[in-house]
Write a new protein. Sequence first.
Length: 318
Amino acid sequence: MSQTPLITWPLVEPGFHPSLPMEHYLGMPAASNSRLGQVAIAPAKLKEEMDNPQAAKDWGNLGTAIHSVVLEPDDFAARYVRAGRCSGELKSGANKGKQCTHDGKLFTTEGWRCGTHGKGLEEMPNKTALTGGEWRTCMGIRDNCLAVDSQHFQPKAHAILAAADLQAELTGRWDDPVTGQPAKLRGDGVSDYLGTVADIKSTRDASPDVFTKTIFALGYYRGAGFYHDGFDVLGRPMKHHIYIAVEKEPPYLVAVYRLLDDVVQEGLREARELMQIYDRCVREDHWPGYPQRIIDIGLTAWAWKQLAGAQAMQRALL
């Protein structure tokens, strides 16, 4: 689906808002881990995003569906449907005149249609369509997280998700005590009894070595520090930050990780520094890009290690 402009929504009062729609959360003009991540790269990128906001593919993306099926199964059933086969007719090629073989993406006045055959047709205001593959992914992840009879059931994920006081998709809004800037968070699953903020993270590889790199590369550690700071400011401190990492390919394995306290603190330190930069950009309306000087650049330690391994292999072949 094409991206559509994101509506700017008013800020809600500081505090927790359990039933705030995702559209409202994303549309609130407040500091978030996502915004701070853009500041870390170049504030100019965040300014462009703020001036030309785009919704995340109409909420129909696979990641959103995975969150829904794991955290809010009833909501998933109400919002999503498995698409049928496209009813369009092929217009050219060896199979001209035959029915299209693709999964439908749009439920139109002419039935299910793929992106090509649905052009120009009126889309029925129904549920969000998932392809057959997306549906199987959602069901596989759901079963491994929640169904005790699943072959690859993850009991620790189930224990967290089944917590009696778990609040799903919990929005928090506070004013940063140092800069005064409004800030926001969206906790996937929050349990006061467990003292835990749980993040559902869909990934291609949930193994410890790879997911550790993902935590760093995508700034998850900074998000953890930022979130825990928000919970502290709002008088609801949390002890643990948990990642429920779910793989998007069969057999849809699930791993559960607790982020070490020192990593959360490092994320908090970075978030606070970036918040000050963000505050200065907002106040001065100055959003710099990359440094305006020549910067020496080389290779990472990982790249040098790969080169050394390749050289050793080449020497062995001489």
